[in-house]
Design a protein around this ligand. Structure first.
Ligand SMILES: C[S@@+](CC[C@H](N)C(=O)[O-])C[C@H]1O[C@@H](n2cnc3c(N)ncnc32)[C@H](O)[C@@H]1O
Length: 271
């Protein structure tokens, strides 16, 4: 394990064991990267979670520390060797959490997946490079594949950072009450309502009057209506699921639109 393994924090009897992230990569220097900042970084400092990186090259056996070879059957690029990746994976056998290969072919990362990961003891993330990893080692270890979106990155490191950030911010104690996820996009199957801060009028644009009213029920209703309308316009897929829920079906019929269609909405509507 590298020096990125964070072992700080004072043990307290009632405290849950730290959530353990283990990343297998040929670029361990990419970590913690932005995970050392802000919420996730404070979580590391408070020992709510720990991060260990494993350099896959340490498991190569030749003097060039080779981790890749040409694709069998021909074709462009290189493929990560099964023997080297296998040794690296076996070295993490005692580490907690499912073994996940970041891959564009995988299950899509969603808020639900992030919640599932955060609820467990941790995660082991295998970062691919080149054209990916030899299939046999993925099959041998029954690796779960996880994608962060329908596009191709150069390597799994950026995807690992995204997965870890999405999960770590949900760990108890990482977000304060003031930063609770309860109102955030996807938490109730809706996108979030628009946010405003001071001044009340900026460059001639006034913030919605209701937000200055001090009337909590009216503010809550306005936010809910905005969240519903934005979701309906921008994400028909989410909206259909939300509107089908028995508790929301009755309320969702007419939509709640009081604002004009924004440019974001127009982009979606032209699709
Ligand atoms: C250049 S990509 C390989 C793409 C692969 N040849 C394909 O077409 O599916 C190299 C590595 O980046 C990572 N990667 C690329 N796109 C990703 C995505 N959308 N989600 C998660 N990981 C991704 C994977 O670990 C992958 O092995």
């Amino acid at each position: 394990m590298s020096a990125a393994d964070s072992q700080r924090g004072s043990p307290e009897a009632a405290r849950p064991a730290p959530w353990q992230a283990t990343v297998l990569t040929i670029f361990p220097e990419a970590f913690p990267g932005p995970l050392g900042l802000s919420l996730a970084g404070r979580g590391l400092e408070k020992d709510i979670w720990r991060l260990a990186t494993l350099d896959i090259r340490d498991f190569a056996t030749d003097r060039h520390r080779s981790v890749d070879d040409t694709p069998m059957g021909g074709g462009a690029g290189m493929v990560m060797r099964p023997d080297v990746v296998d040794r690296a994976i076996r070295a993490t056998a005692e580490r907690p959490g499912p073994l996940i290969y970041l891959s564009p072919r995988g299950r899509l990362l969603t808020a639900e997946v992030a919640r599932e990961l955060a609820a467990g003891p941790g995660v082991r993330l295998l970062c691919g490079r080149y054209e990916g990893v030899d299939q046999r080692v993925l099959d041998k270890h029954e690796v779960v594949e996880l994608s962060i979106g329908d596009y191709v990155l150069s390597g799994g490191e950026m995807a690992a950072l995204v997965v870890l950030d999405a999960a770590v911010r949900l760990l108890p104690g990482v977000m304060g009450n003031a930063e609770s996820p309860a109102e955030e996009s996807f938490e109730r199957g809706l996108l979030e309502y628009p946010q405003y801060t001071r001044p009340a009028v900026w460059e001639g644009r006034a913030a919605p009057q209701v937000l200055l009213s001090g009337h909590h029920a009216a503010i809550r209703d306005w936010r809910r209506a905005q969240a519903e309308e934005i979701t309906r316009r921008r994400r028909p897929d989410l909206w259909a699921r939300y509107a089908a829920q028995p508790e929301t079906a009755a309320a969702s019929g007419g939509g709640a639109g009081r604002d004009e269609t924004s440019r974001n909405d127009q982009v979606r509507e032209q699709d």
